[in-house]
Design a protein around this ligand. Structure first.
Ligand code: HEM
Ligand SMILES: [Cu+2]
Length: 607
């Protein structure tokens, strides 16, 4: 049965319904947040200091659940919000990871016969967007929320309610970005049991690539592109709100004994990242609005007769290059934090690591046109961008040498977080060095838009960023859950992840040097002259399967250990006191354990 409405009416109705639902949800949430004043928000329902005892049917029902859903929806506590960010990031990573495995499956055969071309284009688009905006940034914002106040000795983030708002903008923005898939799956499920509702098939998954280049993104009729732009805009607002919170917390809410001289390395990198976000994201926001106006209101910002399609690339990459450092700096911070703990030595050259972080923060705004060497912009401009791009490799190298020197003559303990940190540094070196080649104009002319570029940045985004997210999950697991994970399984997971990343992305460097363009669903055209391509794709897909197995092992280990892992009874599960590296978050944890012990021995029920 087909819908009687003309497509455009159905489309507007669907958009209005979606917007209405979002607004109602937001209104309800803000009401709940306001009535859940921060002091008692972690107390069980019915016992809040401000609310008195409430015994409505709903609150009795809530008290019977293992988790109180209203508390999680309305919390303004930094650790709760941090936890929500981390859970959201895991969900997004698994969703984006599914895209990745589907991409790799298509490339097993030279023809586009597993999925079709359109699906393939959609897959690499949603994969990139999901991973960058909904996995990496939320994961590190989660770490910042949970740990930054503990590191700087603040009771809370500076603006707890803004913090809740920033988090709750993310789920709707992810849904907007991926709405087409959601509505289509919903439509198919509905059609299986009842009527076929045409309006649910109006949104086709976006096929622009994460870079949203004009003129393609300005001219595609698919209304999903508009939703995508709105969703990205929303997620940008969330990211800026989060960054403001981090900045103000560090600048204003530090404990008296936390000075600039003894601020820890992770806080330094989170602070720098927040600074970059403040300058980069508003620009993305503006560009997205211009594109929306071009698409819907006939403006000509990116039309040939107006600003021209290249303007998009300038605006996008003015945001986009700093964005790659927004993603990588927190991972660098985690290396600098975790590596010394398991090498038994202080981070070598702490000051230089801080200075190089700040230098990267500034320089990252001066290199954007290295993504545009192939567009025919003025060669004199290109040369200056090449120079700054080569220069930005220097502070990255400074860090790498500091990490290696930290290991030198250290007492190295190969626990899972350490294996992942060392692996992360190693893979980052491959990613960084391939970047230096790309920064050179003549080399980039050959390699631009090939799989070499995909290999380059995945050695960084998977090689060090995802690697350090896993390392952090192990490192703080005892603190987050009061239980220990299975260490042997974790070590196996860490080694397989390193192998998987290398096996997946090294063949891409070779394919790129062989001239294999990126974003091709089918490579039959190249097979006559390059019969080796298929083998390289097979190896890469095999690597992706190793990564998939490794991530499954990680998930299994953590979920299982959360339930039945060995209880942690000491505040120092990593023996950090021995080498004088017992940091504030662990001290906080130790205190909490002590308090629990006092409460249970004095017979008070624990939470
Ligand atoms: C050592 C410093 C680095 C240099 C010199 C460098 C250089 C480059 C160059 C020149 C390109 C453009 C290649 C082309 O499209 O032809 C590029 C692409 C890219 N780089 Fe890097 N890079 C560096 C570090 C990083 C880091 C730290 C990240 C990620 C956290 C990163 C992520 C990316 C991404 C995502 C792209 C591809 C964007 C796209 O077209 O989709 N790079 N890099
Ligand atoms: Cu760049």
């Amino acid at each position: 049965m087909s819908s009687p409405l003309p497509a455009s009416v159905g489309e507007s109705l669907a958009a209005a319904a979606l917007a209405g639902t979002l607004l109602l949800g937001a209104g309800w949430l803000s009401y709940r947040i306001r009535s859940n004043a921060s002091p008692g928000s972690r107390d069980p329902p019915g016992t809040r200091a401000d609310g008195g005892t409430r015994t409505s049917r709903v609150s009795r029902l809530r008290a019977g659940l293992p988790y109180d859903p209203v508390r999680w929806l309305t919390t303004v506590n930094h650790r709760d919000i941090g936890t929500l960010y981390l859970l959201f990031a895991v969900v997004a990573a698994l969703w984006g990871g599914t895209d990745a495995l589907m991409i790799r499956t298509e490339l097993l055969t030279p023809a586009a016969d597993v999925w079709d071309e359109r699906t393939y284009n959609a897959l690499f688009t949603t994969h990139g967007l999901t991973m960058l905006f909904f996995f990496v940034t939320p994961a590190f914002t989660g770490v910042a929320n949970y740990f930054l106040p503990l590191f700087v000795g603040a009771d809370e983030m500076a603006f707890p309610r803004v913090n809740a708002l920033a988090f709750w903008l993310l789920p709707p923005s992810l849904l907007l970005v991926r709405a087409g898939l959601v509505t289509e799956v919903f439509g198919k499920a509905l059609a299986a049991v009842g009527p076929r509702v045409d309006v649910l098939y109006l949104l086709e998954p976006p096929t622009t690539g994460w870079t949203l280049y004009t003129p393609l993104s300005a001219t595609l009729a698919n209304p999903q592109i508009d939703l995508l732009l709105l969703g990205l805009h929303l997620s940008g607002i969330a990211t800026v709100l989060g960054a403001v919170n981090i900045l103000v917390t560090v600048l204003v809410d530090r404990a008296p004994d936390v000075t600039w001289a003894n601020l820890d390395i992770l806080t330094w990198t989170l602070l720098t990242t927040a600074g970059i976000i403040l300058f980069a994201f508003p620009l993305l926001g503006s560009a997205l609005v211009m594109l929306l106006l071009d698409r819907n209101f006939g403006t000509t910002f990116f039309a040939v007769e107006g600003g021209g399609p290249i303007l998009w690339q300038h605006l996008f990459w003015f945001f986009g290059h700093p964005e790659v450092y927004i993603l990588v700096l927190p991972a660098f911070g985690l290396v600098s934090l975790i590596l010394p703990k398991f090498a038994g030595r202080k981070l070598f050259g702490f000051k230089f690591v801080v200075y190089s972080t700040l230098a990267i923060g500034v320089l990252s705004f001066g290199v954007w046109a290295h993504h545009m060497f192939a567009t025919g912009i003025d060669p004199r401009l290109q040369a200056s961008f090449m120079a700054v791009s080569l220069a930005i490799a220097v502070p990255s190298a400074v860090k790498t040498f500091n990490w290696m020197t930290t290991l030198w003559r250290g007492r190295i303990r190969l626990a899972a977080p350490m294996i992942l940190s060392i692996g992360g540094v190693g893979l980052f070196i491959v990613g960084g060095v391939t970047g230096i080649f790309l920064a050179s104009i003549p080399v980039d002319r050959v390699l631009h838009d090939t799989h070499y570029v995909v290999g380059h940045f995945h050695f960084i985004v998977m090689g060090v960023i995802a690697m350090m997210a896993f390392a952090a999950s192990y490192y703080w697991f005892p603190l987050l859950t009061r239980r220990m994970y299975d260490r042997r399984m974790a070590r196996v997971q860490a080694y397989t992840l390193i192998v998987g990343v290398f096996v997946t992305f090294f063949p891409l460097l070779l394919l790129g040097m062989d001239g294999h363009p990126r974003r091709w669903a089918s490579y039959t055209q190249g097979m006559d002259t390059n019969p080796g391509w298929m083998l390289l794709h097979w190896i890469a897909t095999g690597g992706a399967a190793i990564i998939g197995a490794s991530v499954t092992l990680w998930l299994f280990n953590l979920v299982q250990s959360m339930r039945v892992g060995a209880p942690v009874t000491t505040g120092d599960p990593w023996n950090l006191k021995e080498t004088g590296q017992f940091t504030r978050e662990w001290a906080w944890f130790e205190e909490r354990l002590e308090e629990r012990r006092r409460r249970t021995t004095s017979g008070v029920e624990d939470d």
